[in-house]
Design a protein. Structure first.
Lengths: 731, 165
């Protein structure tokens, strides 16, 4: 019986967080903690000659200063986690001060002398592609080259009715979690305990043991409360290694907490792609071929290349395009390394294909929704030209629902335009790929008092997944949701896990919890058979009880748990193993592909800023466990997408100095620019999981930018091909 | 004028959430750090340019960003932090409304946002949506898109009018 799944259940996570009792990493203190402050490069590219720390060591409170730390970590620069020979970007660590107090640690940074010779820097990714000046000495700028090709796009384009060329730019953005990154490493012989602001304690344990496994027997990683991440707190950072090494070296607890200015210079930036597209469209609206040259601005390390792979393979989106080639170039620049940000490659792909749809429609004078419908995939499963198998969905059905709403927006658009206002309505359709695996774990354990604890290997950090999973488990076990507590984020609680990223947690960890709950039910039946002196076959589990339909006898889960625990001492006289626990690991053999449509009605004001007059989104993400949580993800994601379209941009000057180095310059939006969003969902395109959810963590950052850009383009009657739009230069 | 040498500390007195505290601080130490050192870790730090508002508290009846005040400047002040808002285990109507309306996700901006809302509603008990948006524009949230925060403040204002203290 489903009592909770599908309902807007209030979050179990909130009571701590609304009373100030959250425990973020900087809130945790251990006796003798040393504070770590990091001296960082202020130049984008230089040869590092010498670092003199002698004066810093004289500062009162300073215990140690570390320089030249070097570990081999895949896809990271040779100068990692500290620069020892070459400075590669503004913000790169050079030295680390350990002091008894945060203030004196930062004082000591001012006393470190750095001797360097400035080298020419490479900032513009298209300049980098020419490979004349080198971003990293002794290395080609072209870190990655791959071609994705299907059919014969050149021929199709040349024989098409209308040929179009555009350059589509997607600037770098800064994920901007409200809590900057931080880590606390506590030393004991043989065991390090690490508290971190991370999306995956299990993965962090693994990557730290790769480097420190010879110096310590094990590393326990505990995820503190995390103040947002949006993809930026998953992969290894220089500071993780510096902090851990420092605690091993000093045998003391060491804490590092980024200031915002440090975070903005060092937390991996997102997006950063340029697409030079050529495409051909026929008069009937069929898009016949695409040729895309994709340049991804990797910054000073090569770990972001997979984002270009995702963008290339998802470029066809929900459309039947067969003839397509994407030439991918990953180039080094003297900038902060690039990695994932909410959406990770899919927003880029969707922005490009949705721009192509609108531009193609404009070029042939067709309604852009009609043109999309002409090209949309009508049957699933569908294999796209690069081999991705779109799982299950009725795209046209959702499209037609969305179209009805959009025609309403268009009516309002024309009324307002007739009043002389600069108003436009924009529409996007997106197909997403999510539930990045490979699997996730969960353990369901019934305590003697009947309370149920659920441990998950995923590590949510604001999404409300614990509440969603409590709903699933409470329904499956037929118990009160207040008897279910979901815990996570500690490598000592469960054998292995991955974490929370790629819109995966509710589907993968949720299904692991569902399967684990079923194991608990089976076990409850076997124990009840002993307690009730019945045959296992005669019993069934229903609504929180094991019942014997013949005799009418029953035992609740709580009673079974209590009876298992009734005496201390004595013996166990039943022919069934004690304990009411189930652990399950769950993975899917394909990614899931949710889809949806976003639409915006915007007005360009006299001062050149935008007002969003109406915003509507509709998504099909399979089974929705908690519509309130899903809607929350959409609302937050829309505003991030809107920020990316309008105000957010990491800007470097030509020399490589970061011009957006704090929240005073990097424009994340306030409540004043924000607007109300109407959201609806369908549950037609279900995943193959027992609880057939997909995921909604990233969908809105994918659907929003193309809708907002189209709306603005129509308001201004000027083609826009970049994110953010930089309206001052468009108007 | 009292001269304080580098590394020297000075004694300050604060009344925080109704209790008296005396502590020795360096004159340069920010109030936000002083409060956190005293255990009020619900006062968060989200930036270093006073843009984000995560450190918002009520000081002598007014909302301030505690990163823009030195500990020594606050000497003798009465301070209310998020930890002092619930009374006898009962949540304040603003806290209730934030929970009810799903006005938080990661929770990092939440204490500052709630304290700013408290101040705002004390000044404007009957706000329009527009006024609420302006009222919290000094507090950044990256998760929610603000829509549910605005809803929560609206709801709290209604509840607070129905049950004035």
């Amino acid at each position: 019986m489903k009592k909770y799944v599908g309902q807007r259940i209030k979050r179990q996570e909130d009571p701590r967080l609304i009373t100030g009792e959250g425990r973020y990493v900087d809130d945790l203190e251990f006796p003798g903690t040393l504070y770590l402050a990091i001296l960082r490069s202020t130049v984008p590219h230089a040869k590092l000659n010498r670092v003199d720390v002698s004066d810093a060591l004289k500062i009162n409170g300073v215990v140690d200063v570390i320089t030249g730390l070097k570990f081999k970590v895949e896809n990271r620069p040779d100068n990692f986690p500290m620069a020892s020979t070459e400075l590669l970007y503004v913000g790169q660590p050079i030295a680390a001060v350990l002091s008894t107090d945060r203030y004196s640690a930062y004082d000591a940074l001012d006393s470190i002398q750095v001797d360097y010779d400035v080298l020419p820097s490479v900032i513009d990714p298209e300049e980098s592609l020419k490979d004349q000046k080198r971003a990293i000495e002794g290395k080609s700028n072209i870190a990655y080259k791959k071609t994705y090709s299907s059919g014969n796009p050149e021929e199709k384009i040349s024989s098409s009715d209308v040929k179009v060329e555009e350059k589509i730019e997607i600037n770098r953005v800064y994920p901007s979690a409200m809590e900057p990154r931080g880590i606390l490493s506590i030393y004991q012989p043989d065991l390090l305990t690490i508290y971190a602001s991370t999306q995956s304690p299990h993965y962090m344990r693994r990557y730290l043991l790769d480097v420190f496994g010879s110096m310590v027997k094990d590393i326990r990683v505990v995820q503190a409360d995390v103040g947002g991440a949006f993809g930026s707190k998953l992969f290894p950072y220089a500071e993780d290694y510096i902090a851990v090494y420092s605690s091993l070296k000093t045998k003391r607890p060491v804490k590092w907490i980024a200031t915002r200015s440090e975070d903005i210079r060092t937390t991996y930036h997102g997006r950063g792609q340029i697409h030079k597209v050529k495409f051909g469209v026929n008069k009937d609206g069929s898009l016949v071929g695409i040729n895309d040259q994709l340049v991804i601005d990797l910054g000073a390390a090569s770990h972001g290349t997979y984002l270009a792979d995702i963008s290339a393979t998802m470029l066809p989106g929900p459309y039947k395009i067969k003839d397509i080639v994407v030439d991918v170039y990953g180039v080094y620049t003297n900038k902060t390394p690039l990695d994932q940000y909410r959406g990770a490659g899919r927003p880029e792909a969707t922005f490009v294909i949705e721009r192509i749809m609108d531009i193609a429609a404009d070029e042939i004078g067709m309604d852009p929704l009609e043109l999309r419908k002409k090209n949309i995939v009508r049957e699933t499963p569908y294999i796209n030209p690069f081999g991705l198998k779109y799982d299950n969905g009725d795209y046209l059905n959702l499209f037609e629902k969305a179209e009805k709403a959009f025609r309403g927006l268009e009516e309002r658009e024309s009324v307002l335009r007739s009043e002389g206002r600069r108003v436009g309505a924009g529409f996007s359709f997106y197909l997403e790929q999510n539930n990045f695996g490979p699997w996730e774990s969960a353990s369901v354990r019934v305590r003697g008092d009947g309370k149920v604890i659920v441990i998950i290997g995923a590590s949510p950090h604001g999404q409300g997944t614990a509440t969603g999973i409590a709903q699933i488990v409470a329904d499956e076990l037929g118990i009160d949701i207040n008897d279910v507590e979901v815990v996570w984020g500690d490598t000592s609680l469960i054998g292995e896990g991955y974490g929370t990223y790629g819109s995966r947690s509710l589907t993968l960890a949720g299904n692991a919890a569902l399967i684990a709950s079923r194991k608990v039910k089976d076990k409850a039946i076997r124990l009840a058979a002993q307690f009730m002196r019945s045959d296992v076959q005669e019993l069934k589990y229903d609504d929180g009880k094991v019942i014997n339909p013949k005799s009418g006898e029953s035992m609740s889960l709580r009673e079974i748990a209590a009876k298992s625990m009734s005496t201390l001492g004595g013996t166990w006289n039943y022919k069934e193993e004690p304990g009411l626990e189930g652990t399950a690991y769950f993975g899917l053999d394909n990614l899931t592909f949710p889809y949806g449509s976003h639409m915006a009605l915007v007005e360009v004001r006299e001062d050149g800023l935008l007002n969003v007059l109406e915003y509507y989104a509709i998504d099909d993400i399979g089974t929705v466990v908690n519509p309130m949580l899903a809607e929350g993800q959409v609302m937050g994601g829309v505003l991030q997408g809107y920020g990316e379209a309008t105000s957010e941009e990491v800007i470097y000057d030509k020399e490589g100095n970061l011009l957006t180095g704090s929240f005073a310059e990097y424009g994340i939006l306030t409540a004043m620019e924000a607007f109300n969003i109407k959201w609806e969902y369908l549950e037609k395109g279900k995943s193959a999981a027992p609880l057939p959810a997909k995921g909604i963590g990233e969908g809105a950052t994918i659907g929003t930018p193309p809708a907002v850009v189209r709306a603005t383009e129509k308001a201004l009657n000027k083609r826009i091909t970049r994110l953010p739009m930089r309206l001052s230069s468009v108007i | 004028m009292k001269v304080i040498e580098p590394d020297q500390k000075t004694k300050i007195h604060l009344k925080i959430n109704g209790k008296d505290y005396e502590t020795e601080v360096e004159p340069r130490r920010l109030l936000v750090h002083v409060l956190r050192d005293l255990g009020f870790t619900g006062v968060h730090i989200g930036c270093d340019t006073s843009n984000c508002g995560a450190c918002t508290i009520i000081m002598n009846g007014k909302s301030v960003k505690s990163c823009t005040v030195l500990g020594v400047e606050a000497d003798g002040s009465e301070i209310l932090t998020i930890e002092g808002l619930a009374k006898d285990g009962k949540l304040h109507p603003i806290q209730e409304a934030f929970w009810e309306k799903h006005a938080l996700q990661c929770g990092y901006c939440t204490p500052g946002m709630i304290m700013e809302s408290l101040w705002f509603l004390s000044q404007n008990p009957n706000p329009t949506e527009e006024e609420i948006r302006e009222g919290i524009s000094g507090n950044l949230c990256r998760c929610t898109g603000y829509q549910n925060i605005v809803e929560a403040i609206k709801e709290a204002s209604t509840k607070m009018k129905a049950n004035p203290k």
